[in-house]
Design a protein around this ligand. Structure first.
Ligand code: UFG
Length: 337
């Protein structure tokens, strides 16, 4: 299958391209490289033996999108491209709506124009906001608590309307929990710019000596040890989930949302412990006040993905930590040109 992957040089995108290529798909990447590097393409080639066709373009550029669809007989699209920093979205909401929602509308317009109606969309557990109960099922109330989450929900709503209006569409909405880890080769992984917001990249930078200590945002939540509980999933498992979703939509017209998580919650301190055990690195930390907007506990009900997609995450938290550490050791400054 010829698959257009938007945001294909990013963290989840690059791992998904590897799985697609390894499973015989023809991959075309479009990415504006705003938060990734061209070198990722060489890394993908090193892992798979094949370099994907690449367009350095922005989804807001209509002419560029026309060329991509005209030059390639695309069967399906996996849409990752978008901004993803919660805090930044609070400060710059218009930038988020523009880059996430308008860009997606452009992409959908072209998909209609070129009659490509198979889509896997990169959504997020953030659409659930502060959940009424855990584990979170796909039918839970959708109530994001920040502009980033709102853009994901708006796009989900647009796609539901599109699928309702035209029954030829085949769409999967994948709601990711907390993707971490890296490819076992240590060649691709996550390289955030500046000070990392997310827990694992921050821990890794403490381990490399780049940051002094981890700041643990609150230990007074109603959880096992008072620190926040999340559902961490290995990025390679997540990538495999996209292949399973592609396969599923191939013979299921309409639209379905799926949680992609492990269904297991780990507290911040449990993650620190797992990282120390997996890597032998000591992670000093200090308990701080709660981070505004954080919730106590979030983990997935994974039954729907298991039943319909035949998807189950296989890597445990220690494997996630050791793969992440392997990547960081090999790429202390991230993936540069
Ligand atoms: N944490 C710390 N110190 C840090 C960073 C994080 O203690 O330096 C804690 C947080 O308070 C939280 C846990 O580690 O309890 C995980 O935090 P992350 O920032 O790694 O992840 P979040 O669950 O807050 O956010 C993630 C994604 C978002 C997405 C959200 C909901 O990064 O994009 O899940 O799905 F919106």
């Amino acid at each position: 299958m010829k698959v257009l992957v938007t945001g294909g040089t990013g963290f989840i995108g690059s791992h998904t391209c590897v799985e697609l290529i390894n499973n015989g798909h023809d991959v075309i990447i479009v990415d504006n490289l705003s938060n990734s590097s061209r070198e990722v393409l060489n890394r993908i080639a090193k892992i798979t033996g094949s370099i994907p066709k690449f367009y350095k373009d922005d989804l807001l550029d209509n002419e560029a999108l026309d060329s991509i669809f005209e030059e390639n007989k695309i069967d399906s699209v996996i849409h990752f491209a978008g901004y993803k920093a919660v805090g930044e979205s609070v400060e710059k909401p218009l930038m988020y709506y523009q880059n996430n929602v308008i860009a997606t509308l452009n992409l959908l317009d072209k998909m209609v124009k070129y009659n490509v109606k198979r889509l896997v969309f990169s959504s997020s557990a953030t659409v659930y906001g502060d959940p009424d109960m855990v584990p979170i099922v796909e039918t839970s109330r959708l109530q994001p608590t920040n502009p980033y989450g709102n853009t994901k929900l708006v796009i989900e709503d647009i796609l539901r309307d599109v699928a309702y209006a035209d029954h030829q569409w085949q769409i999967a909405l994948l709601r990711y929990f907390n993707p971490i880890g890296a490819h076992s080769s240590g060649l691709i992984g996550e390289t955030p710019n500046g000070i990392p917001n997310n827990l694992l990249p921050y821990i890794a930078q403490v381990a490399t000596g780049k940051r002094e200590e981890l700041r643990v945002w609150g230990n007074d939540y109603p959880t096992i040890d008072g620190t926040g509980v999340r559902d961490y999933i290995h990025v390679v498992d997540l990538a495999v989930g996209h292949l399973k979703a592609l396969k599923y939509i191939d013979n299921h017209p309409g639209i379905e949302a799926f949680n992609l998580g492990r269904g297991v919650g780990y507290s911040v301190l449990q993650v620190v412990q797992a990282f120390e055990k997996a890597t032998g690195q000591k992670i000093p930390y200090q308990i701080m006040d709660r981070r505004p907007g954080d919730i106590a506990t979030c983990f997935a009900d994974t039954k729907k993905a298991k039943d319909l997609l035949n998807f189950e995450a296989i890597y445990d938290i220690e494997q996630m930590c050791s793969d992440l550490w392997n990547f960081y050791k090999n790429n202390p400054e991230g993936i540069k040109e």
